[in-house]
Write a protein that binds this ligand. Structure first.
Ligand code: GLP
Length: 244
């Protein structure tokens, strides 16, 4: 779906999420959202906050699982995804703290594998992700599933690509301070989500969007796996769609 600009697109996605939350409320069911960080979903979170504050949308039945977190990472560090989510969404709506899940960047290495299995088990216990929000990295990564990630990959500790670290280095005041690893939800759980919305804005993303949508399905471009998902939508502005 191509929109005039990212603001209009973000509003349309927020509307779909609000509708889903309300349907689940009326069924007395939790609404399980998979959430992303990065610059792309910022407009979406702002619109969800607006819907809460101005239109009374409640998040009391919402359970969230974020895609990823840098490792190692302290939750109160300026660049943590915990901080990002709290500032832009969780602290501004009535979501219950215990319903917000973000991979833990403070674990000892020996505990990560176990932790990741439990993260997936929590998602499964709720019947899976109802709606997964995604951004896309310049190399086609989804979450931190970098090029080479397999379609059945699990939630795990990954090494970040050089290009991903370079993109992140502006937030970390240089490459030397940029984490080399992260914990990410695996491709398998993303593919199991009942609905997936990938958002991308601006011409800089147009080449990787074309590769993901029109190119071969390949683990070199993990977003291309979404071609095989039966309910995935790429929501784009004109710039990101300009090479399709
Ligand atoms: C990071 C995140 C991804 C995100 C990507 C793109 O790598 N871990 O989940 O999709 O950045 O970020 P942006 O939306 O800023 O382009």
């Amino acid at each position: 779906k191509v929109f005039e600009d990212s603001q209009t697109a973000s509003k349309a996605i927020a509307k779909e999420i609000a509708k889903l939350i309300k349907v689940k409320q009326s069924q007395k069911q939790p609404c399980v959202l998979g959430l992303a960080t990065g610059s792309s979903p910022k407009g979406l979170y702002a619109e969800l906050v607006r819907l809460h504050k101005e239109e009374g949308l409640s998040f009391k039945n919402v359970v969230t699982f974020n895609l990823d977190e840098y490792y190692p990472m302290e939750p109160d560090s300026v660049n943590s995804y915990v901080r990002f989510m709290k500032t832009l969404l969780f602290d501004q709506v009535d979501i219950l703290k215990e319903n917000c899940h973000i991979p833990d960047g403070t674990l000892s290495k020996a505990d990560i594998a176990d932790y990741c299995s439990r993260y997936e088990a929590k998602i499964e216990a709720l019947g899976g992700i109802d709606l997964q929000i995604l951004g896309i990295g310049g190399n086609g990564h989804i979450g931190f599933n970098e090029s080479g990630s397999l379609q059945n990959s699990k939630t795990r500790l990954v090494a970040l690509d050089h290009i991903t670290r370079v993109a992140a280095s502006k937030d970390f005041a240089g490459l030397v301070n940029t984490p080399k690893t992260a914990i990410t939800l695996g491709v398998k759980k993303i593919m199991e989500a009942k609905r997936v919305i990938l958002m991308a804005w601006g011409e800089a993303k147009s080449a990787i969007i074309r590769a993901s949508v029109e190119g071969q399905i390949t683990n070199q471009v993990p977003a291309s796996f979404l071609q095989e998902h039966n309910n995935a939508t790429f929501v784009l502005d004109k710039g990101a769609a300009s090479k399709l």
